[in-house]
Design a protein around this ligand. Sequence first.
Ligand code: ANZ
Length: 351
Amino acid sequence: SLSLSLSLSLSFIHSFFFLSFSNYPHTEEEIPKFADAEYWLGYFPPLAMKDMDRLGLKVDWRRAFVTTPVNPFYDAFVRWQFNHLRAKEKIKFGKRYTIYSPKDGQPCMDHDRSSGEGVGPQEYTLIKMRVVEPLPAKLQPFKGKNIFMLAATLRPETMYGQTNCWLHPDISYLVFAASTPDTFYITATRAARNMSFQDLTAANGEINPVATIKGADLMGTALDAPYAHYNPIYALPMMTIKEDKGTAVVTSVPSDAPDDWAALRDLKNKPDLRAKFGLKDEMVLPFDPVPIIEIPDYGNLAAVKACDEFKVASQNDRENLVKAKDEVYRKGFYDGVMFIGKYKSVTSRTR
Ligand code: ANZ
């Protein structure tokens, strides 16, 4: 049966590796030789062949050969094959999303990593929020230039409901040159580095940093955000922003993101909090959640309702926020109907 043959072949592989590794005499003097990739090609095959013979496998070793450019015949065969496939436009050369090692200049697959196994690429949509007048003191040198805060979102369809942008007051944000002339982006340093490998800076893997500014010094920056109902919107403080997620610039959609509603509500209810970050009332108080998604039997401000239902006390109430988020995301995803913009009347069931 299939399961029997599968389990047989699995146990074979185990014993093969076990025998191989236990028999190989790695001496201290020999180990440095493995720095040369070609040394592996001569070292392991004879030992593996010996092991397989000892296992009783009947292999016709006359048909064994080494792949890679070390074997010019095999290399010519693969070249021939790829040239034909390319000529027929069955394959093409290009970039794809992957976990990449800048140190080695190549993709770094799961088993090649000393940490971070199981991590895959996460695609985000970057929202270009244009910095508009009046510029805060630290951004004065960029007067007249195109300068954007880049928010990373998984929910670009909700941009109609933006009411503000979130920054963490203690994170240092990098202002760096974009690949387009006279244009600058503001993100966390780590995000800038990732973006430099995705054609968003002039040279691959190179960042041209122009300034480093603490989030606290960017509070109250006026922004023109695409599709937003309000214009301008303002950069406000959120204490739960993670530095190593997205760009650490977050766009706020309090109608459908409980984290956003909890943080906006904190600022609306606490004049001291606004004062602490030098925010004027008009940067916070006029901005109410904008209904964009209707959920049958739940309403059109799902995050507001869920924060009430799960008694979310503040933006730091992680436990209840997780519950509220689960409910809002699930309900919104399965039953939500957009009633604004390009995806009006589209639900996940009709997509
Ligand atoms: C707009 C939006 C609307 C979002 C909406 C969500 C729901 P999770 O929470 O894992 O799904 N985000 C992005 N970067 C962040 C950071 N550095 N720290 C904290 N939050 C961050 O992650 C995706 C969402 O988390 C993103 O999508 C962003 O908020 C927020 F109805 O953008 B979203």
